[in-house]
Design a protein around this ligand. Structure first.
Ligand code: XMP
Length: 305
């Protein structure tokens, strides 16, 4: 990338040219990529951009409030409350690729509704370079790459950060004055907590994943990981009080990486791991045990599905 300030000037100009006099839509996910793409596009075309934040119910703790706050200056912001519809669509779905597909399709439906309403002809996306590489390599389907324009029938696809790596996107975020919380936020997958839940997504598992992820993010901030989170990986026996319980197994993952394509599991000290364990099992009565994932990528992926 050239320097961040030149990048912003050029990207804004390019978006103006691409969109022309039309209207555009962007899906805000709460992550840094779509936030930067939205901020660039808003600077370029103002309220002719409709940023759409779909609350899938699979978001991180406090994410929806934070989005409302950060993008408060965009009068055209739409927040779609779709939690129930996503949970219904995911009911009984256990295959990882099928889960991604169901989530992707539900996204499209939510967008279609808004797109038709605002008559947007362009779609802006926060696709970054590593997303494209992984998608082209068919490693897994990223719901935020391609696909949408065909289905929703947009005339144009605008991807202002398509050639950037994550650290470069962060630089641009700082240049744009996006709140630290957004600029420095860990990457979060498009399908959200669904890929941090092995097997069927249920309201109970989502709650366990969300609260556990929050604990892990808080406790591991000082390690400055690329990503640190928790996943619900199954059930096991435990003892709570005088009773044996069949509770959730939560796996803690913390990795270092530059671009997510390869990653190293972080070495954490025992006290930190124990603090995480005791906060999660203390706060969530339905969690029976907490484990730490020491697997690098490869052979594992970063997320669980
Ligand atoms: P994996 O699990 O494939 O993840 O090692 C590599 C990086 O990509 C993120 N990820 C996604 N991001 N849509 C996204 O926008 C997705 O479907 C998706 N799946 C994984 C993951 O969090 C990690 O940073």
């Amino acid at each position: 990338m050239v320097d961040a300030s030149t990048f912003v000037t050029e990207a804004v100009e390019e978006i103006r040219e691409q969109v022309g006099d039309d209207r555009a839509l962007i899906a805000l996910s709460g992550g840094v990529d779509s936030s930067v793409a939205a901020a660039l596009a808003y600077e370029a075309i103002g309220d002719r951009l409709t940023p759409v934040y779909v609350d899938t119910g699979l978001m991180r703790k406090g994410e929806t409030d934070q989005i409302r706050e950060t993008f408060d200056y965009m009068e055209s912001l739409r927040v779609v409350e779709a939690q129930g519809r996503f949970l219904d669509a995911l009911s009984g779905v256990t295959d990882p690729e099928e889960k991604r597909k169901v989530i992707g399709e539900q996204f499209i439906r939510e967008f279609e509704t808004v797109a038709t309403e605002v008559e947007a002809s362009c779609l802006v996306q926060g696709t970054i370079y590593p997303d494209r590489i992984e998608s082209e390599g068919n490693i897994k389907s990223h719901h935020n790459v391609g696909g949408l324009p065909d289905v929703v029938d947009f005339d144009g696809l605008v991807e202002p950060v398509r050639d950037l790596y994550k650290d470069e996107v962060r630089e641009v975020a700082r240049e744009l004055g996006l709140a630290d919380l957004v600029a420095e936020r860990m990457p979060f997958p498009g399908p959200g907590l669904a890929v941090r839940i092995v097997g069927e997504v249920t309201e109970e598992k989502v709650e366990v994943a969300r609260e556990s992820c929050h604990v892990v993010e808080e406790e591991l901030e000082e390690y400055d990981p690329w990503q640190a989170f928790a996943a619900v990986v199954g059930k096991a026996t435990g003892v709570k009080g005088d009773n044996r319980v069949h509770g959730w197994v939560v796996s803690v993952r913390s990795v270092e990486s530059r671009d997510g394509m390869t990653a190293r599991a972080q070495e954490l000290d025992w006290e930190t791991l124990q603090r995480i364990q005791s906060r999660i099992t203390g706060q969530l009565p339905n969690v029976a045990r907490v484990v730490y994932d020491v697997t690098h990528k490869p052979p594992a992926t970063i997320e669980y599905e």
